[in-house]
Ligand binder design. Sequence first.
Ligand SMILES: NC(=O)c1ccc[n+]([C@@H]2O[C@H](COP(=O)([O-])OP(=O)(O)OC[C@H]3O[C@@H](n4cnc5c(N)ncnc54)[C@H](OP(=O)(O)O)[C@@H]3O)[C@@H](O)[C@H]2O)c1
Length: 335
Amino acid sequence: MVINQNSIPKITLPSGEKIPCIGMGTFGSDRFTPKQVSEAVAGAIRCGYRLFDCAAIYGNEELIGEVFENAMNENTVRRSELFITSKVWNDMHRKGDVLLSCAKSLRDLRLDYIDLYFMHWPFPNYHAPGCDGDSRNPDSKPFSTEEFMSTWRQMEKLVEMGLVRYLGMSNMTVPKLEATLPLCKVKPAAIEMELHPGFQQKELFDYCIAKNIQPVGFCPIGSPTRPERDKTAEDVVDTQMPEIVEIAKKYGVHPAIICIKWAVGRGQIPIPFSVYENEYAKNLQCVTEAPLTTEEMAVIGGADKNCRLIKGQVFLWEGARSWEDLWDLDGAIAK
Ligand SMILES: NC(=O)c1ccc[n+]([C@@H]2O[C@H](COP(=O)([O-])OP(=O)(O)OC[C@H]3O[C@@H](n4cnc5c(N)ncnc54)[C@H](OP(=O)(O)O)[C@@H]3O)[C@@H](O)[C@H]2O)c1
């Protein structure tokens, strides 16, 4: 299936640049190999995806870079038509490391520049790839505005150097944004955050819109294939929420499609992941078809379960009470 580019709705960034209203995720969730993910990226480019959400920690940028290079060499796509994100991982926040990390992503992705470069998490707390949910690092510390800004300053230099076009933050909270945004010389163009019908983060979403920052929604389908460390018995399954299932029946589509239509209708950029062509093709196709009605949007809007799936407990520091401390739930930055 090849989707006509003109039929894919666009989102306008604060700069005025228009980018696709949907992208493709590339995190293999410790379950899909770099080869499987990069083959899906190749298929997705052919199908019509232009926005790809990459990250150094996903461990597959080298193979994805090969795919980007081939697609450009074969004239399937021009560089200027692609919008590629990457992210600096938590163990590369120190002086000099951000530049090294960006350089490695550029080399691996075989690019001259990255369109949008995110700070993956707002602290240097590190976990090993593939670790389990009880894993803790004794060096982990609570969020520090000073440390965050020292990393952000290095990211700002990447923009000055022309290696990166836009900066982004990820896994932020309103209190952390209040502390950091006034100090930014280069404002974030986008904030990547967990967003799906069962976890709508209305306050953070509205805050970003008010500040003219584009929300990018990860786990848009509720991440059914997320790593085991990120699963608990209480977690909501978005594709089984009665409101989603009912609307999906009406349209004769998989509930995943309704999650994506809801995301696009709300104005966040969803970045669904799948290695299966029939899934990723339908995820793109659905944004070119009839949007959900105002009533359907309202029904889903009222179905929020406030159920965070990616709790981040592996990043907790000694003395932290629980994963909630990472998310500043009482309105102040947890110490
Ligand atoms: N910034 C961050 O900290 C952060 C954190 C997490 C994720 N992300 C990004 O967000 C992306 C997406 O998140 P995610 O992969 O965790 O979750 P997701 O996109 O919500 O869920 C992906 C899973 O949904 C299923 N699926 C996809 N399309 C479908 C369809 N049309 N019909 C039925 N099932 C479908 C597939 O599972 P089956 O194999 O069961 O079909 C797939 O593995 C990641 O790849 C990554 O790029 C960023």
